[in-house]
Design a protein around this ligand. Structure first.
Ligand code: NAD
Ligand code: DAU
Length: 339
């Protein structure tokens, strides 16, 4: 099979590319990435010399480019990770979120309709369901929870999901969607909470906690997300949505304190700052459908996954230090031209 993975120079897409290239040597994995600020070819280094891997630089919203690529490559499967992914950036500048997350998705869908594929998989998020109240721990997001978005990011992701489902109903496109909770693990861009805590704490810098720090996120190791997507792409029912999450709810303050403790850094680094506008209170996934239909079971809990992740950041300082020093973007732009 020839599998197009978009956004494979980012956090989850990068981990997925590693997983697929190693697990399926008989499949060809084509990684298409625009290399925005969040894309990093260094993330693809572990697989770049494998015979079943190829990198293509490009924008999923560039219609002529996408149509040419599909005509040339004749993909069997498309897994779309490419997106603007950071909520705070979407609050500052929503437009690129519409362009990439919505129009990029519809461009890929049009190419799939035109050239035909066996499966289009959309990597979505639990944020499309909005949030849950803190005083109702009995409530969880199921696949039937109505879409009720809060931020420009989640609105763009929910719009994309609706287009994906519409292309199934209208054109019979064989689609699936996964909606996962917060991921953590290797290659996570340090603008996001967990790598931000690790990188700043290691430099003895303050850790900004939005609002009261009582907001709850449901954390899943990125490896378990990759396994879930692979299962859904191969065995999931066409036209279906699958929630992905491992019941690892933590308040932001708990997350910060856990990481500081593991690094032997003082809680005095915690600094409360202004709240995120429209800040969602609690996310919590019910993964029953994925577990019962496809036999998915997460390998890691928060308590086993966090020490591993901290160790990865300690062992791979160069990867994140280049990012936070701003060097990597210039460096890789230059590297890419030279290639
Ligand atoms: P990321 O920001 O780390 O990576 C996104 C990647 O997409 C980058 O490599 C970037 O260069 C690329 N990209 C951006 N715009 C592009 C475009 N127009 N064309 C081609 N490539 C483009 O994001 P992530 O955290 O790895 O998230 C990946 C996907 O998973 C997103 O769709 C996101 O909505 C979804 N998701 C993320 C989480 C999470 O916790 N991070 C949870 C659930 C779902
Ligand atoms: O739930 C899935 C989503 O998880 C994905 O769809 C998004 O792409 C991904 O970025 C993530 O969104 P969040 O907004 O939950 O993640 P973030 O790491 O930005 O923030 C996690 C929580 O920590 C959130 O409640 C805001 C808070 N926070 C974040 C940062 C960056 C802080 O308190 N301080 C910070 O400096």
């Amino acid at each position: 099979m020839k599998i197009l993975v978009t956004g494979g120079a980012g956090f989850i897409g990068g981990n997925f590319v590693h997983y697929m290239v190693n697990k399926y040597p008989e499949d060809m994995i084509v990684n298409l990435d625009k290399l925005t600020y969040a894309g990093n070819l260094e993330t693809c280094k572990p697989v770049e010399d494998k015979p079943n891997y190829k990198f293509v630089k490009g924008d999923i919203a560039d219609r002529p480019f996408i149509m040419d690529l599909f005509e040339k490559e004749k993909f069997d499967v498309v897994v779309n990770f490419a997106a603007e992914s950071h909520v705070d950036r979407s609050i500052e500048d929503p437009e690129i979120f519409v362009k990439t997350n919505v129009m990029g998705t519809t461009t890929l869908l049009d190419a799939c309709v035109k050239y035909g594929i066996q499966r289009y998989h959309q990597v979505s998020t639990d944020e499309v369901y909005g949030d849950l109240p803190l005083d109702r721990p009995d409530l969880f997001f199921t696949e039937n929870t109505p879409l009720h978005t809060s931020s420009p990011y989640s609105s763009a992701k929910a719009s994309a999901d609706l287009f994906v489902l519409a292309y199934h109903r209208t054109y019979g496109l064989p689609v699936t969607i996964s909606r996962c909770s917060n991921n953590y693990g290797p290659y996570h861009f340090p603008e996001k909470l967990i790598p931000l805590i690790i990188s700043r704490a290691l430099n003895d810098e303050t850790i900004p906690v939005y609002g009261t720090g009582e907001n709850v996120r449901d954390w899943l190791h990125v490896y378990d997300h990759c396994v879930a997507i692979d299962l859904i792409v191969r065995n999931g029912r066409v036209g279906e949505v699958y929630n992905v999450g491992g019941h690892n709810e933590r308040t932001n303050l708990e997350v910060v304190k856990t990481v500081l403790r593991a690094l032997n850094k003082p809680e005095s680094l915690i600094t409360f700052v202004s709240d995120r506008k429209g800040h969602d209170m609690r996310y919590a996934i019910d993964p029953t459908k994925l577990e019962t239909e496809l036999g998915w079971k997460p390998k890691y809990t928060f308590d086993t996954g966090i020490p591993m992740t901290i160790q990865w950041y300690l062992d791979n300082k160069e990867w994140w230090e280049n990012i936070i020093s701003g060097e990597y973007q210039n460096y890789f732009d230059k590297m890419y031209v030279e290639k």
